[in-house]
Design a protein around this ligand. Structure first.
Ligand SMILES: NC(=O)c1ccc[n+]([C@@H]2O[C@H](COP(=O)([O-])OP(=O)(O)OC[C@H]3O[C@@H](n4cnc5c(N)ncnc54)[C@H](OP(=O)(O)O)[C@@H]3O)[C@@H](O)[C@H]2O)c1
Length: 435
């Protein structure tokens, strides 16, 4: 008797044979994009020779400019994306970035049943769900462990180590540029000087808006929300607040309150709609989030059963990010099963119930505190402390009010009436306080 299962069609048998053939040979890898991360991935593949992985193609525009001596002679360098996509490769590693043309290459590869590994947070934040469905329909895998927090394995941690929990809250430092700027400002540096240093060192763009405006962090938060809170959200619904409103005086007041300031991406599910926001926040000096310095990333995931788990490390840079990419490739080579994360579309609210720090800048006159406290009381907001440091001029006097946990919408209404006061010489700065 033959071992052949006679119920399978010749096509299915051929597909299985092809898969078995693939299992027995190394995964053939095409790199799309030979920049900071792409060249680091190639470096690891060539130097460490991880078992089961073979770099076969490198695609980049003007490829002659990119060619290096240290890849094996067998590697094919190309500036023809379609030719590489049609070649005999098992995995397309997309490291060019941006929505297009990268999205088109990824769709084509998945449509052809190939696997895709990417570090492209924008593509995954905006089109991840659709691309994962395409991968599942065509029998391939889409992996993006490097898309959030670079070399910090928070995505594999969510997909595997924490899959048994029910995550209720995400708090994270997801943008290394902002963390570098704010941790230097904490030491006394001025925003503009630190930004210029970050730009000179290559980890802030000439136009830093994506980073300092919170747009980069919100894309990463949207990805984490799907994997952790199981909600598919439109990143555009998460309202980011820039770190550019923070000045030295805020660090000084924060220190007096036992805190510092970090850009935090925060999301939680508290019964009703999912709440999410990104922006500068006051962080208790004893919190691990306050310890993170420089370009470090950190994510705290709070599970219903397991409590808090902290991930931290290098969130950017060629080599750390490449480690996450190669780890995804190894997972594919080891035949890891597709991780199905059930999720459903959801709206996002900006409504949290947390304490706040509010810094006012006023031209001093009698009755200011009474008017501010009156406006807060009208919204049933309790004051926790009023702090005024000496040494500032009467015509531009900064002082701080902290309030007990209150709904974001109530505080917004109170601030709308406060900002109209004749003594206000700048927009009040309102920061959430993490406890
Ligand atoms: N760098 C990090 O620390 C980091 C961390 C986490 C995630 N990521 C993500 O990783 C991806 C790659 O980032 P990266 O820092 O390596 O970027 P990069 O240094 O700018 O490299 C991108 C490479 O792709 C090539 N490329 C871009 N558009 C192309 C096109 N239309 N056709 C052909 N080639 C194209 C670029 O060629 P040219 O040289 O001609 O421009 C460059 O070689 C991005 O999605 C990024 O968000 C990066």
């Amino acid at each position: 008797m033959s071992d052949v299962n006679v119920s399978e069609s010749p096509q299915q048998l051929a597909a299985e044979a092809a898969q078995e053939n693939r299992r027995q040979r190394p995964l053939r890898i095409a790199l799309f994009g030979f920049g900071t991360v792409g060249s680091s991935v190639a470096r690891i593949l060539v130097e460490s020779k991880p078992e089961g992985l073979e770099l076969t193609h490198v695609f980049n525009r003007d490829v002659a400019r990119k060619r290096v001596e240290w890849t094996p002679a067998s590697v094919e360098w190309s500036e023809n994306a379609d030719a590489v996509l049609a070649a005999d490769v098992d995995v397309v590693v997309e490291l060019a970035g941006g929505l297009e043309p990268a999205g088109g290459w990824v769709r084509k590869a998945l449509d052809a049943g190939k696997n895709v590994v990417t570090a492209n947070k924008k593509l995954i934040a905006y089109h991840g769900v659709e691309l994962e469905r395409l991968a599942a329909a065509k029998g391939g895998h889409l992996k993006y462990g490097a898309a959030v927090a670079g070399g910090v394995p928070v995505i594999p941690g969510l997909e595997q180590g924490l899959a048994g929990d029910r995550i209720e809250r995400i708090e994270g430092i997801l943008n290394g540029t902002c963390n570098f700027i704010l941790s230097k400002m904490e030491e006394g540096a001025e925003y503009a000087t630190v930004l210029a240093t970050a730009q000179a060192r290559g980890f802030a763009e000439a136009d830093p808006t994506e980073d300092v405006g919170g747009f980069d962090a919100r894309a990463k938060l949207a990805i984490l929300m799907r994997l952790a809170l199981r909600v598919e959200v439109d990143p555009e619904e998460i309202v980011p607040r820039p770190i550019t409103t923070i000045s030295a005086v805020d660090f000084s007041y924060a220190r007096d309150l036992g805190c510092t300031i970090r850009q935090i991406a925060r999301a939680e599910r508290a019964g009703g709609p999912v709440a999410a926001t990104v922006g500068p926040m006051l962080v208790d000096s004893r919190s691990p989030l306050a310890w993170s310095r420089g370009t470090e990333n950190m994510v705290i995931l709070s599970g219903h059963y397991g409590g808090d788990v902290v991930f931290s490390g290098h969130g950017a840079g060629g080599h750390p990010t490449a480690v996450a990419v190669v780890s995804d490739l190894l997972a594919l080579a080891h035949g890891s099963r597709r991780v199905e994360v059930p999720s459903a579309p959801a709206g996002v609210s900006g409504e949290f119930e947390v304490p706040h720090y509010i810094r006012f800048l006023v031209r001093d006159r009698p009755g200011i505190v009474a008017e501010i406290t009156g406006a807060l009381a009208k919204e049933h907001i309790n004051i926790r402390a009023i702090v005024q440091k000496p040494g500032y001029p009467q015509h531009a006097l900064p002082f701080v009010v902290t309030v007990e946990p209150c709904r974001s919408s109530a505080l917004k209404r109170a601030l709308e009436s406060i900002r109209g006061m004749d003594c206000m010489i700048a927009e009040p700065l309102d920061l959430q306080m993490l406890e």
